[in-house]
Design a binder for this molecule. Structure first.
Ligand code: HEM
Length: 254
């Protein structure tokens, strides 16, 4: 029989992070499907009026329109990295503290090498996850800038032209398109591993990781939650655990 635990319910993912997550996931799915169709256009024929067979135009329109949503959502998450709670803070995404770097090895032993059965308990993400999301953030940035750079030559709006400088950096539109396409596969690989790992962590740790990205709450044994709040990688540097009480000095007697 499983041991019973005295769990504390901690509000970790605020509503803006959860909205960001699901808008991001939906945008990537829409951009991935429409982007793949643009790269591999199927030769669909029908006997109708040519003007009634403009589906490929619709696919391209959806790709470009969702590109704006993807950009706005990402910009909002960057803002929330400064305005949100400590779990959402930008500090966690950069290797600023020794504890974050040390945790990488502990997580890899459980997740990848499976040589340890001691799960790493964190209320926010663990440091491997934070650094991976920093990587997907850079990938997102590249995909946005390269996407708008490719869009510039076919758009009369001013905004995409702000990114047109990237085309000569890559030598030609075709070269840039190749990298934009490769990033699609990087997102697909990330998504497959990401979904596997969140299910795995939910199962191994039992802290409600999976439901946290819907409702915001995680559950952790009270003593672990207190230690994590004070010293965990999501703890603000200025938050210190209360020092142990200093025993009163006995009065000197003569
Ligand atoms: C059915 C699909 C998905 C599920 C079930 C899922 C689940 C989750 C869960 C449970 C977390 C929180 C993990 C934790 O507390 O440590 C999370 C975070 C995250 N996921 Fe997903 N996810 C999905 C799809 C995606 C996709 C498609 C992307 C992007 C390619 C993505 C990107 C992210 C990012 C960037 C975070 C960190 C959020 C932040 O801190 O702002 N997810 N996901």
């Amino acid at each position: 029989m499983n041991a019973s635990h005295d769990y504390q319910r901690v509000y970790v993912w605020e509503q803006p992070v959860r909205w960001f997550h699901w808008i991001n996931a939906a945008s990537i799915t829409a951009l991935g499907v429409t982007g793949w169709l643009i790269a591999h256009p199927p030769g669909l024929l029908n006997a109708g009026e040519a003007s009634g067979s403009f589906w490929f135009g619709t696919v391209r329109f959806v790709h470009f329109a969702v590109g704006y949503v993807f950009l706005a959502n990402f910009a909002f998450r960057l803002y929330w990295a400064f305005a949100g709670n400590k779990y959402a803070s930008w500090r966690n995404f950069l290797p600023l503290r020794k504890a974050q770097v040390r945790q990488i090895w502990d997580v890899l032993k459980v997740d990848i090498m499976q040589s340890s059965d001691k799960p790493v308990h964190t209320l926010g993400h663990n440091s491997v996850a934070y650094f991976t999301y920093a990587g997907t953030g850079l990938l997102t940035l590249f995909q946005i800038v390269s996407g708008f750079a490719l869009y510039a030559s076919m758009s009369s709006s001013a905004f995409p032209h702000l990114f047109a400088w990237l085309v000569p950096v890559f030598g030609s539109e075709q070269n840039l398109r190749l990298f934009h396409y490769a990033a699609l596969w990087a997102f697909i690989v990330f998504t497959l591993i990401h979904i596997y790992l969140v299910f795995y962590h939910d199962y191994v740790e039992g802290h409600g990781v999976m439901s946290s990205i819907i409702g915001g709450w995680k559950f952790m044994e009270k003593h672990k939650a207190a230690a994590e709040e004070a010293h965990g990688i999501s703890a603000f540097p200025e938050v210190k655990a209360a020092p142990p009480p200093v025993p009163a000095k006995p009065h000197a007697t003569r």
